[in-house]
Write a protein that binds this ligand. Structure first.
Ligand code: AMP
Length: 283
């Protein structure tokens, strides 16, 4: 595997490749990331991965400085997956000048859910992803459904800018107890790690309740959301949101969308101690 940090060197190595398949990450790789590498291999060749902890998408009180950086272990994992190039730019490589041009996603997608609790997050994500696409010029790029809203926003960005990149979704990989794998799981204490699968269990309960809903009460869905929040609070969580949304546009699910069989998704973010976890479940 070639490890490249310089944009020009990356371009030189990829010259003439028009089927490259790309997986951007922030490193500290786990099975979830590696499943995306395998999916990328099915959709293009060569597979290019990137590791870059993107300062632009972190808020001032978030974990940019403490975000786990495990480059050598990550390199070993990517070597085993047969990744052809690891693009691992420094901040100076990727942002040689202050990044003043940014991609601002539309409010109705970028300022809800994660965007409400992490202002500017998706602007930072879209900006770095567009820049990485410009560096790698992949034919396809793979993103995990674990970050459901991010996947949707990147898809829309690719569509609205007519980027010549197919966005491929990868399923969420979980631990045996149901906890979605995440680099941030490493922050959890032993007790918190034992409690953490409750987040996914709660989403499963909400899904069951939605499927059994035969109430004409227009508030039924928001009552289910509230009850799930109350349950998690009772177990010591600090939920930011539990939201039942339409898969198509992440707009709130209504009784009509429920009745018409519109595909729905339940999304959540909640803090356990100091660790903020996100997860989702499609209905
Ligand atoms: P990150 O390094 O957290 O920025 O994630 C890089 C990519 O891996 C994103 O597309 C994530 O959605 C995806 N990802 C993160 N966790 C998982 C998981 N448990 N299963 C599948 N994909 C994941």
């Amino acid at each position: 595997m070639k490890i490249i940090s310089d944009i020009q060197e990356l371009r030189d190595h990829l010259r003439g490749q028009n089927r490259a398949s790309f997986v951007p990450t922030m490193g500290n790789l786990h099975e979830g990331h590696l499943s995306l590498m395998r999916l990328a291999r099915q959709h293009g060749d060569p597979v290019v991965a990137s590791i870059f902890v993107n300062r632009l998408q972190f808020g001032p009180n978030e974990d940019f400085d403490s975000y786990p950086r495990t480059m050598q272990a990550d390199i070993d994992k990517l070597e085993k997956e047969g990744v052809y190039i690891l693009f691992a730019p420094t901040e100076r490589d990727l942002y040689p000048q202050p990044q003043e041009y940014r991609v601002d996603p539309p409010q109705q997608l970028g300022d809800i859910l994660e965007g409400e609790f992490r202002p500017g997050f998706f602007k930072g994500v879209c900006t770095v992803v567009l820049k990485l696409f410009s560096c790698v010029q992949p034919k396809v790029a793979v993103f995990g459904k674990k970050d459901y809203q991010q996947l949707m926003i990147i898809r829309q960005m690719a569509k609205q800018f007519a980027l010549p990149v197919d966005i491929i979704p990868g399923e969420t990989i979980r631990a045996d107890d149901g906890l979605a794998l995440s680099s941030r799981n490493g922050y959890l204490s032993t007790e918190e790690r034992a409690e953490a699968p409750e987040l996914q269990r709660t989403l499963q309960e909400v899904r069951e309740q939605v499927l059994q809903l035969n109430s004409r009460n227009t508030n039924a869905l928001s009552e289910l959301e509230k009850a799930a929040v109350v349950k998690l609070v009772g177990r010591g969580w600090k939920p930011d949101y539990i939201a039942i949304r339409q898969q198509s546009d992440l707009a709130p699910a209504s009784n009509e969308s429920l009745q018409s069989g519109e595909p729905l998704v339940i999304l959540t973010a909640a803090k356990l101690g100091k660790t903020r976890l996100i997860d989702n479940l499609e209905i």
